[in-house]
Design a protein around this ligand. Structure first.
Ligand code: ADP
Ligand code: MG
Length: 201
């Protein structure tokens, strides 16, 4: 069976290899071992700009490889310190889980600690996991805010903030929650917003 991650039929690949990017050798080796050679169109357009430090709004249809477009630069920027340096917000628990798993798979042996934070799970258990420290949080807005208010997520050190499926998040009424996070991300250096459509908000 072909893993869906390797099912690239119909994918809009560019002719530019990941090796043209200024990425750590370990990360490039891992991408190659995962079978990633050429970037998709959105990746080829977005990755050089994000890696150069720009904020970016990326719009591309479903299945065009947006997770790699924001995931790789976040992985490249973070170090395994146990202090939360990046926050990725997704509209649903399924998407948060999927993005978190894909980013962990993409990082190879870098050793970044991820915690996936979404509602409907045991708060005390999740608090213990968060209190042990993590480098990257991927989650849904409601639970991320709840855990921040309870003191288990510290937004202050976070430098990288990404919104995935921003259009769906706005449709689901998460705009105030996103603003709540933005106001408290006082050390934010880069903001990335990825979406299949371009929401006016
Ligand atoms: P989107 O978020 O835009 O809907 P995904 O990030 O989920 O798309 O990617 C869709 C699929 O394409 C995933 O299975 C992913 O592993 C694969 N993929 C992404 N980038 C590449 C690439 N450069 N080469 C091959 N496969 C890729
Ligand atoms: Mg996606």
């Amino acid at each position: 069976m072909i893993s869906p991650r390797h099912h690239t039929v119909g994918m809009n690949l560019s002719e530019t290899s990941f090796h043209t990017l200024p990425l750590a050798a370990g990360l490039l080796d891992n991408l190659a071992s995962l079978g990633y050679r050429d970037m998709t169109a959105i990746q080829a357009a977005a990755l050089p700009r994000i890696l150069a430090g720009s904020d970016l709004v990326g719009q591309a249809k479903t299945g065009s490889g947006k997770t790699v477009a924001f995931g790789i630069p976040i992985i490249e920027s973070c170090e395994p310190t146990g202090l939360t340096q990046a926050l990725v917000l997704c509209p649903t628990r399924e998407l948060a889980t999927q993005v978190s798993e894909e980013m962990q798979w993409l990082q190879g042996g870098k050793g970044l600690r991820f915690v996936t934070v979404y509602g409907g799970t045991d708060i005390d258990k999740q608090a213990k996991v968060l209190d042990a420290g993590c480098d990257i949080i991927v989650g849904t807005p409601g639970r991320v805010i709840d855990m921040s208010k309870r003191g288990h997520i510290n937004l202050e050190h976070i430098t990288h903030f990404a919104l995935d499926e921003a259009d769906r998040m706005l449709d689901m009424g998460f705009f105030p929650d996103i603003l709540w996070c933005l106001e408290r991300l006082t050390n934010r250096k880069q903001t990335l917003l990825f979406s299949a459509t371009f929401p006016q908000e």
